[in-house]
Design a binder for this molecule. Sequence first.
Ligand code: UD1
Ligand code: CA
Length: 456
Amino acid sequence: MNLEVVILAAGQGTRMKSRLPKVLHAVGGKPLLEHVINTAQALLPKALHVVAGHGSEQVQEALSGYDINWVLQSERLGTGHAVMQALPSVADDSVVLVLYGDVPLTRLTTLENLVEQAQNGPALLTATLQNPTGYGRILRDADGAMTGVVEEKDATDEQRLLQEINTGLLAAPARDFRDYLPRVDNKNQQGEYYLPDIIHLAVEDGKRVASCTALSELEILGVNDRVQLNQVEREYQRRQAEALMRQGVSIADAMRLDIRGSLTCGEEVFIDINAVFEGDVKLGNGVSVGANCVLCDVTVADGTVIHPMSHLQEATLGKDCSVGPFARLRPGTVLADGARIGNFVETKKANIGSGSKVNHLSYIGDCDMGAAVNVGAGTITCNYDGVNKHKTDIGDGVFVGSNSTLVAPLCIEEQGFVAAGSTVTTKVGKDELAVSRSRQRNIKGWNRPDKRVSKD
Ligand code: UD1
Ligand code: CA
């Protein structure tokens, strides 16, 4: 039977205290709703419907890359009403799985199981909680068969003692939704059309309702406020760290790792505490990432070491490079094998040739640097004249003395040598020495200034 998924995402999320629609708040750098969409996609549904309401334009815009049938619920009249809005676009012979846009950690196997149970009638995902407060409770008869769901606000004191709860996620053949949803009324404490009311209607009809149990409380955790958002975030990060460790990555502290995007690692990778990975990051075999590093859209080849406190963005690092501590590699930085970027060095749109070293306190921007170049401490490429950016070309084997100012556009040919403290404005030829600084004078018998005594 075909599967169609309906994701409910019309909620306002008042308790988030945010202008951003709730389902767009990020977990692991990705909107809550996108997590749910990705899980749904993994089930290979024939169609994916998302019921949006609050901030629907913004929500659609943020997820415009997906093939989604957007359904607008302009008035928020309850979960049953929300599903009703999607029904006209659902095929009669499909099984429909209902997910919540703010419940992002549900396991695929749990959902597969739920769908499996729903081929001939409704199936509901339940959980047994130590503290069931706030959830709808599952009602069962003497034989343990499910008879319905009662919302906490409508429950009797006795019913409130029940610990088995409705996670909200359910599946049923489309025909069951068509039969029972129009019969759901809103005569309850909240004046809403409750989706779980289809359960007792199905039971009254003589149908057997199946139930599946969630594996953990976390996989059904919904986000209503920022405390829950953080719980979900930490669990998501914990799962990612665990998956990496199982795959052979050493992680100094699984609780102090944040992946906001995708991280792929080779063998024998080590990640120290407080590393943050954003966008798409790839680490080769034997790569080590020091404490407090941030890597955003970075590719690192085998054997390279990134020392603590370094910030790398849109950079490509070759094999056996060394970066940091305290290095900043900005977009367009490409290090060839064996290059070394040391402390307090900033690079931008810079190709650093193999084995070249920029070890201390430098700015290298808009620069093509050959192999085996040594750049002394405090060297600056002056790439900007206030209007345009210009390039600096540095050939193989060049030596740039400390505290040099390289005014672009500039070319220093291979084996060129720049004396320390020079301001270089014109081309330095092959094997030439450029010295551009005032000559030293020593004045003999120099009297040091005296401390002046003020008259008043
Ligand atoms: C719902 C269930 C409750 C269950 C709980 C699990 C109902 C009546 N109750 O309660 O049994 O224990 O979830 O978390 O279903 N939504 C819409 N349109 C609406 C109403 C809701 O899209 O008109 C969406 C919300 O954005 C949210 C989801 O449906 O993603 C659940 O709505 P919510 O108001 O949080 O339901 P609860 O009252 O928590
Ligand atoms: Ca809720």
